[in-house]
Design a protein around this ligand. Sequence first.
Ligand SMILES: *Cc1c(COP(=O)(O)O)cnc(C)c1O
Length: 457
Amino acid sequence: MGSKEDLRKLPSVDAVLNEAEVRGLAREHGRDVVLWAVREVLEETRQAILEGAPLSKPSELIGRVTARVSEIMQPSLQPAINATGVIIHTNLGRAPLSEAAREAMQAVARSYSNLEYDLEAGQRGSRYHHAQALLTRLTGAESALVVNNNASALLLILSALARGREVIISRGQLIEIGGGFRIPEVMAQSGARLVEVGTTNRTYARDYEQAVTERTAAFLRVHHSNFRLVGFTHQAALSELVGLARQRHLLTIDDLGSGALLDTAAFGLAHEPTPQESIAQGADLVCFSGDKLLGGPQAGIILGRADLIASLREHPLARALRVDKLTLAALQANLLHYLRSEALEKVPVWRMIAWRAEELHSRAVAWSTALGEIDVATSVIEGHSPIGGGSLPGETLPTYLLAIDTPAPDALAARLRASQPPVIARVEEGRLVLDPRTVLPEEDAIFIDALCVALNA
Ligand SMILES: *Cc1c(COP(=O)(O)O)cnc(C)c1O
């Protein structure tokens, strides 16, 4: 039982700071950090004694101080190894960046840049100029604008072009993307009035037509990013909406979500609509994320008519939603991979999509061999890698998984998450499974180390 006696015996801050081990910590991490840790640990111990706990041994106290210092010094955002097989995993930071994109970010981070400086004229330029030419060349759009993310893109478009007016959308497209992001709520924020048409499963072009009033500003199409509409269904084609909108002098806005520049059907997946197709079909504005199937940094990319893009740039919200130089640098480098037709080899998410099943089989077998010494039942089994991240819902790529048979797969998954770097795995049918598709080949060695440690624990 804790007592007054125990409280009295609690060492002083200075006494703990004077312990050899704690002095070592102070030399390594600085005195302030160690002082915070000691004060926190002593205060917690005092509270615990007041609640009846016995006084901890001095070695325990010092152990807690050491642990607290590492906790303080470990930034909470850190790299992780994704062994789930989910290629665009929003919780794990979506797209890993290519080497060129990483280098481009470093280069503009290290020194000054011409972010908003016109080198020819020697005066103020515009940051919006930077990725624009690459985006228009790749997609056939007249103009382009990059903002913070796709939710911002939609908010900016609707605020600038439909505030106080009506925007018509199919009931089958009033989606929630995830993390509570709902299309109707973004529309409400923008000051545009949502007009729902059709039914959950079927919406025809005539439904849009019948809903047009003198207050209508636009038709909005939203791509079904994370669910599938199957069975007795119909959605009006983008080209039909464009035809109708032109007759009525309305805008057609297309929220594509993912922004795949390459054809996903080449990999046995369903065809994900591309920005090029939306532009060719006449959408006035198209928006999508930079970090889904485009495989770049977080960004919202808006393509379309030059006059409309110009008014978006001038809107006060554009300033609030603007991208920083690191994003622009990474985005430009990422777009260059597509321009050079090397995206399948260089853009990590496309390299992952393009892995052939035999290659994944060899890697899973190599992992299993690397665990050779450890007494654990492993097998290489067939599995499926989901695309994830609101791209191609329900679609998967055939893969091979390393399955680990253990009586407590959840405990093993927790130990893997606690490794440095953390490894994120899946538990399926009572086994822990690891998918080589999303583990970068250069991470293989640390991945195997983490696995060995977690299995031996
Ligand atoms: C993912 C997605 C968004 C949100 O994009 P962020 O870049 O995450 O802001 C919006 N619309 C659709 C259709 C999406 O799939």
